[in-house]
Design a binder for this molecule. Structure first.
Ligand code: AMP
Length: 218
């Protein structure tokens, strides 16, 4: 199961990726999480990426593609992976195709999570993330059991710097300009499914299960 999850920031890709990971036993690769971890650990990668994340801009293509390439070479990706947040430009989508062709594999499916920009702003500004395990909560519909504390690991919840409204607006602009054209790229390959990501979490989950179930049978 080789999946790409596409969609605006806040469209729920990460939440559903967690569920797909558990159901299908394939690793969840979030390039955003990789950068945030590197920034936290103050590695050279983190130092290179920090300014871009702070401003809500995209990290240069070569840097991201190198990381993804290295990650999907790992043993746990032999039978599949869920890419969340990559590709984000047509250039990255082409690079991913090249990497996969060289490995003799192809994408099982690209799932496009659809929401309006207003809904994205509403969700992102109320999102809270775990500083320890990266689990995601939302003050609107997915509150932690105990305020400020992760249900899974007890870690401290925080608001991502780029989930502030000014940065959110910039991220959505970047999405429209640089990422949305990927949809057409995959439409040409006839390999993309669109999902109403404003539906309830459980019903999105059902749609994905149905979609991936039918793909797995092919
Ligand atoms: P995310 O957690 O997916 O919203 O990503 C957070 C930030 O990480 C983005 O706003 C970018 O600065 C950076 N980032 C993540 N994935 C990519 C990518 N594929 N290409 C460029 N920048 C990325």
């Amino acid at each position: 199961m080789f999946l790409v999850l596409l969609g605006m920031p806040g469209s729920g890709k990460g939440t559903q990726a967690q569920f797909i990971k558990e159901s299908f036993g394939v690793p969840h690769i979030s390039t955003g999480d990789i950068f945030r971890e590197a920034i936290k650990a103050e590695t050279p990668l983190g130092q290179k990426a920090k300014g871009y994340l702070d401003r809500g801009e995209l990290v240069p293509d070569e840097l991201v593609t190198d990381i993804v390439k290295e990650r999907i070479e790992k043993d746990d990706c032999r039978n599949g992976f869920i890419l969340d947040g990559y590709p984000r430009t047509v250039n990255q989508a082409e690079a991913l195709d090249t990497i996969m062709q060289k490995k003799g594999i192809s994408l099982t499916s690209v799932v496009d999570f659809r929401i309006t920009p207003d809904e994205a702003v509403r969700r992102l500004s109320s999102r809270r993330s775990c500083s320890s395990c990266s689990a995601v909560y939302n003050l609107l519909h997915k509150m932690p059991k105990e305020e400020g504390k992760c249900d899974l690991c007890g870690g401290k919840l925080y608001q991502r710097d780029d989930d502030r409204e000014d940065v959110i607006r910039n991220r959505l602009k970047v999405y429209e300009l640089q990422t949305a054209p990927i949809i057409e790229y995959y439409e040409k390959q006839n390999n993309i499914s669109h999902i109403d990501a404003e539906a309830q979490i459980a019903s999105i989950r059902e749609s994905i299960t149905e979609l991936l179930g039918s793909k797995a049978q092919k």
